[in-house]
Design a protein around this ligand. Structure first.
Ligand code: 5GP
Ligand code: ZN
Length: 113
C-alpha cells in the first residue's frame, strides 16, 4: 500500500533519508545499512512492488541511467559496481517498493550468497 510504504514515504520526504539525487521519475538515497563503501538505493517515485510488477519498461531504464550517473559521481564507474534488484523471498527482498541497489567501492564476490 503506497500510503504506508516505507520507500513511498521516503520519496515524499515524510521519513528522513540521505538523498543523493532526485529526478521527475526517481529518487536515490543511501542505504541505512550499507553493505559496501557505496550503497545507494534508486527507486521510482511510483509505487511498484517489485520487478515482477513493472509495466512501463522505461522506468527501469531511468533507474539504470541514474544509477550509472551516480556511480560516476561516487567515483566507482571505472573500478566497477553492481546493480541489484532483489525480487521476492528467495532473493531476500524486504521492502516491497521496487529498488535498485548500487553497490561499489570494494571487490565483490560472484556468485552472490
Ligand atoms: P531489499 O532487501 O528489499 O533488497 O533491500 C532493502 C534495503 O533497504 C536494505 O538494504 C535496507 O538496509 C534498506 N532500508 C530498509 N529500511 C531503510 C530505511 O528506513 N532507510 C534507508 N535509507 N534504507 C533502508
Ligand atoms: Zn511504495
Amino acid at each position: 500500500m503506497a500510503d504506508a510504504c516505507l520507500f513511498c514515504r521516503i520519496a515524499r520526504k515524510e521519513i528522513p533519508a540521505t538523498l543523493v539525487a532526485e529526478t521527475d521519475e526517481c529518487v536515490a538515497f543511501r542505504d541505512i545499512n550499507p553493505e559496501a563503501p557505496v550503497h545507494i538505493l534508486v527507486i521510482p517515485r511510483d509505487h511498484i512492488p517489485s520487478a515482477s510488477a513493472v509495466k512501463d519498461a522505461a522506468v527501469v531504464g531511468k533507474m539504470t541511467q541514474l544509477a550509472a550517473e551516480l556511480a560516476k559521481r561516487e567515483g566507482i564507474a571505472e573500478s566497477g559496481y553492481r546493480l541489484v534488484m532483489n525480487t521476492n523471498a528467495d532473493a531476500g527482498q524486504t521492502v516491497f517498493h521496487l529498488h535498485m541497489h548500487l553497490l561499489g567501492g570494494r571487490r565483490m564476490a560472484w556468485p552472490p550468497g
